[in-house]
Design a protein around this ligand. Structure first.
Ligand SMILES: C[S@@+](CC[C@H](N)C(=O)[O-])C[C@H]1O[C@@H](n2cnc3c(N)ncnc32)[C@H](O)[C@@H]1O
Length: 196
């Protein structure tokens, strides 16, 4: 028997109510993009590609890296403009220096090795390429509720950082020109990949 169309799949449910916050993220990203960072976009932990797809007009190629098979299948079925790669932030299956912009939205707190993930982001980015990390703000009540829900009820193991901690971490991995923006869901750290 064939699988029912995934209207109520986890992948479909995870997209509900995201259009507004995604448009805010697009606006922030466009503000920081320079010529060098416009070529290829990699969205790490990009789920089913909802945000990624909205950036198809800006980049020559848009890619999602995602470990969850259900989200990959849903995205591949509904978003023909997006390239989907199965994998994780700890080991990005992309050749060094090939990506103009790396984004990661509400995913960094899931990464089991956050330092390793930043090293991988730096490795795949071109010199001068752009990094944008959007995270939940756990200094706010809404963020703390989400952290409780994720760590105590859903799966656990998530490691949320407040914005100054993430900025320090990004700086420590050799990124420069670091800026912070606020969104309806949290904060965004944007940084440039300096050649080492
Ligand atoms: C809250 S969802 C956000 C999805 C998407 N970025 C969005 O904004 O809709 C977090 C995503 O991170 C992915 N993820 C979890 N662990 C990961 C890892 N180690 N490497 C890459 N992605 C991961 C999950 O599968 C999930 O799709």
């Amino acid at each position: 028997m064939s699988k029912p169309e995934g209207r109520l799949s986890i992948a479909a449910l995870s997209e509900v109510g995201r259009k507004e916050s995604n448009s805010g993220l697009r606006t922030i990203l466009l503000r920081y993009l320079n010529h060098n960072s416009r070529e290829r976009l990699l969205d790490i932990g990009g789920g089913s590609g909802l945000l990624t797809e909205t950036l198809a007009d800006v980049f020559s190629q848009i890619l999602v890296l995602e470990p969850n098979l259900g989200k990959l299948e849903y995205g591949a079925k509904h978003r023909p403009d997006v390239g989907f790669i199965r994998g994780s932030a700890q080991q990005v299956p992309v050749v060094e220096g090939k990506i103009g912009t790396v984004v990661s939205v509400a995913a960094f707190h899931h990464f089991p090795d956050q330092h390793g993930a930043l090293e991988e982001m730096k490795r795949v980015l071109k010199p001068g390429g752009l990094l944008m990390l959007a995270e939940i703000d756990v200094s706010k009540t809404s963020g703390r509720i989400l952290r409780f829900f994720e760590n105590k009820i859903v799966h656990g193991g998530s490691h949320f950082l407040e914005s100054p901690q993430l900025v320090e971490m990004v700086k420590g991995h050799g990124f420069s020109d670091i800026a912070i923006d606020r969104t309806s869901r949290g904060y965004v750290v944007v940084a440039k990949n300096n050649p080492t």
